[in-house]
Design a protein around this ligand. Structure first.
Ligand SMILES: Cc1cc2nc3c(=O)[nH]c(=O)nc-3n(C[C@H](O)[C@H](O)[C@H](O)COP(=O)(O)O)c2cc1C
Length: 333
């Protein structure tokens, strides 16, 4: 109520990326204050509903999706709001600024967000350093922390696998699992890495670079039917521990450039992909459902479709930071 009536109207008067930067700055500040994080966690009252997956224990199945905290600035704060895990990144080997602004847009009538960020991030070394510093200072949250890796925009196609391996090698020691992002529509050519040949190569090199850490692959909602089955077969044969479905829907930004749409428009598509993924990968693999989750109903639907865990990004924009805690309570009823 407080968020919808007071905070959201104020944030929505700002440019979307400026609002995001403000929220991230506040969240990062909170993450440096462990006592306050514990207080916020107590107020949020997430319902403990442990899930065992990827050889890890998740305090609840509701996670933060990739792209919100690209630079690992606030993992402890995400725990405070009631999340059961977080996926940080996507991080590339070298730092890069991403696309020119404006590159984030709200579509309030659709309860959606359109973005063409282009993997803006601080680079693998800086992010690894931040995670090491947090661990040293007791600011590592008591839940699994995943890391999404990708390629730099200016890396030539033939060096693609090196980029994924480099980012994974630097970041896996600080993470509980690693995800291979081949499904962002905002980096030229990235989605063409969803062929069986590329997926076999990428999962193989990222696994080798990640030690014993589980590796997952995140797929696009457009990947469907026989193409999805072939991709999943390759991913699982190469030893991936699971799959995340889905990333954003490909669309055009107001300036006509390729972008991705998230939120409500994914509400029907993503659970259908999750159902297809679960059917193909079998019961042993971990399936994470993502896309259009913004209430207990959509969360339940994703779990019923076969997801072990779920993730949220755009729902936070429209429903506020305590959405994960609300969902955990609703799911347990
Ligand atoms: C602004 C923005 C940036 C994103 N950046 C990433 C990213 O870096 N890596 C990634 O795997 N997904 C990224 N995503 C996709 C989300 O993780 C998620 O898959 C997608 O938004 C669908 O979930 P939602 O409907 O809950 O937002 C981004 C989404 C948004 C809105």
């Amino acid at each position: 109520m407080l968020y919808a009536d007071l905070v959201r109207p104020l944030l929505f008067r700002l440019d979307p990326e400026r609002a995001h930067d403000l929220v991230m700055a506040g969240t990062a500040r909170l993450a440096r204050l462990p006592l306050l994080c514990k207080l916020v966690h107590a107020l949020a009252r997430p319902k403990p509903t442990p899930v065992k997956a990827l050889g890890l224990t998740f305090p609840n199945p509701v996670g933060l999706a990739g792209g919100m905290d690209k630079n690992a600035r606030a993992p402890f704060a995400w725990w405070a709001f009631g999340f059961g895990f977080v996926e940080l990144g996507t991080v590339t080997p070298k730092p890069q600024p991403g696309n020119d602004r404006p590159r984030m847009f709200r579509l309030p009538a659709e309860e959606a967000v359109v973005n063409r960020m282009g993997f803006n991030n601080d680079g693998a070394e800086a992010v690894a350093g931040r995670l090491a510093e947090q661990a040293k200072r007791g600011l590592r949250p008591p839940f699994p922390v995943g890391m999404s890796v990708g390629k730099n925009k200016d890396t030539p196609a033939e060096r693609t696998a090196d980029d994924y391996a480099t980012a994974a090698a630097v970041l896996a020691p600080h993470s509980d699992f690693v995800t291979v992002n081949v499904s962002s529509p905002n980096t030229p050519g990235l989605r063409s890495l969803q062929t069986p040949e590329w997926l076999t190569k990428l999962v193989t090199v990222v696994r080798a670079a990640s030690g014993a850490k589980p590796v997952l692959v995140k797929v696009a909602p457009e990947l469907d039917g026989a193409d999805l089955d072939a991709a999943l077969d390759a991913v699982m044969a190469a030893g991936a521990a699971g799959v995340i479905g889905t990333n954003t829907l490909g669309c055009l930004a107001p300036n006509g450039e390729p972008a991705g749409k998230s939120g409500r428009p994914l509400r029907d598509i993503s659970p259908r992909r999750v159902e297809a993924i679960r059917r193909r990968v079998g019961p042993a693999a971990c399936v994470i459902g993502c896309g259009g989750i913004d209430d207990v109903y959509s969360a339940r639907r994703m779990l019923d479709a076969g997801a072990d865990l779920i993730q949220i990004y755009t729902g936070l924009v429209y429903r506020g930071p305590f959405l994960p805690a609300v969902i955990t309570r609703g799911l347990s009823k």
